[in-house]
Design a protein around this ligand. Structure first.
Ligand code: HH2
Length: 357
């Protein structure tokens, strides 16, 4: 954490890509014509892009990262939003623990999510909900491996992600065919993970404050958005130094992992800040506790509408991947959202040629 009060942080403010003067944001559906300048010790300020570029020449690389298209992640094109479908093979996950009691049920669920439009399947064998107890490597392997192997044997053509903090679990999953190592500890939990990450096609670095057992007790930040930016920046650099090309990294602010309601909302509101790190952004809001707090819905499985509202707010900030339990509902929401968002992405030449026809 730098906590440098003089440091400036630049956030591209998303707008329709067709807006005059807009540059395309991370090669996606949106553009940006203004930049919000954030500091730890001053109020935010919004400037036109050209003015910001002129004022902050040292930040040229950051400006370039705002507009660069993101490389495909494990073969997935990221020019539009992607859905990561959750398959929790745990007895205690906060919203679906114990539902997939045996590997066959989990495999069938994964195949159903793929059929319903999931672009990636995230298989997890250890709950990281607030208060969760860790499980052993052996237990986690026993939970996830039959599911990963079963999905691959069943001809599942959707890429598989392994949601684990443990190098041995990631390694076995990758050997069986998983292509994304989704580590909610950003490789800080298990020393051996860096070596595994160097060999995996794609890696998700997520921010968490503290351990699941205690993380919700009293989460604190100087500035939640800027602290997490600093953390992810350091983790990307550390991982890049071990040989992982930045194009293989996806970043995630870790909604609900050591965060209060206000922290979660601040992160979603200004999520586009993280485009400055040059990696695709993954957002996991699905059914989480903050949605219950905002809506008064105690039953996690009934938080689908709130999850979609929060997910679409993330897409409005240019997030590339939504991690969700409810794939069909999310897919429907994205289809409508996308048709509305897309209007602004026509380039001027295309609009003019349409106008003369
Ligand atoms: N959230 C959970 C687990 N893994 N991975 C990423 N990258 N981002 C997230 O937000 C994220 C995650 C928690 O959700 P869930 O898997 O449904 O619950 P549990 O940890 O109780 O199994």
């Amino acid at each position: 954490m730098t906590n440098d009060t003089r440091r400036i942080y630049l956030r591209p403010v998303p707008c329709p890509a067709g807006q005059p003067g807009a540059r395309r944001l991370a090669g996606g559906l949106f553009g940006f014509a203004t930049i919000e300048v954030l500091r730890r010790d001053a109020a935010p300020e919004v400037l036109p892009v050209d003015a910001a570029v002129a004022l902050y020449p040292d930040e040229l690389d950051t400006f370039q990262r705002f507009s660069q298209s993101r490389a495909p992640l494990a073969g997935l094109d990221l020019s539009g939003p992607r859905i990561m479908g959750v398959v929790n093979v745990t007895p205690d996950s906060f919203s679906d623990g114990g539902l997939l009691k045996d590997p066959d049920a989990a495999i069938a669920h994964g195949l159903a999510l793929a059929e319903a439009g999931a672009d990636i399947l995230d298989i997890g064998g250890e709950s990281t909900r607030p208060g969760a107890e860790p499980v052993s490597v052996e237990e986690e392997l026993n939970r996830v491996m039959p599911v990963i192997e079963g999905l691959i044997d069943a001809g599942c053509d959707v890429p598989i992600s392994i949601d684990t903090r443990k190098a041995k679990v990631a390694e076995a999953a990758i050997a069986a065919g998983a292509v994304l190592f989704n580590d909610v500890s950003a490789l800080t939990y298990d020393r051996a993970s860096a070596e595994v990450a160097a060999r995996v096609p794609a890696l998700c670095l997520m921010h968490a404050q503290g351990d699941p057992r205690t993380m919700q007790e009293n989460p604190r930040y100087g500035d939640v958005l800027l602290d997490i930016y600093d953390f992810l920046e350091l983790r990307i650099a550390a991982v890049a130094a071990t040989g992982v090309a930045p194009e293989r990294i996806v970043i995630d602010p870790g909604i609900g992992f050591g965060k209060t309601l206000d922290h979660n909302l601040a992160l979603i509101r200004r999520l586009s800040l993280f485009h400055g790190l040059g990696c695709p952004i993954l957002l996991g809001v699905s059914r989480k506790r903050f949605i219950g707090a905002l809506s008064g819905v105690a039953e996690a499985g009934e938080r689908v509408p709130g999850s979609i509202a929060a997910g679409l707010a993330g897409l409005d900030q240019g997030a590339q991947i939504l991690r969700v339990h409810d794939v069909p509902a999310t897919r429907q929401a994205i289809a409508v959202w996308r048709a509305i968002a897309r209007d602004g992405t026509k380039d001027r030449a295309m609009e003019l040629s349409e106008a003369v026809q």
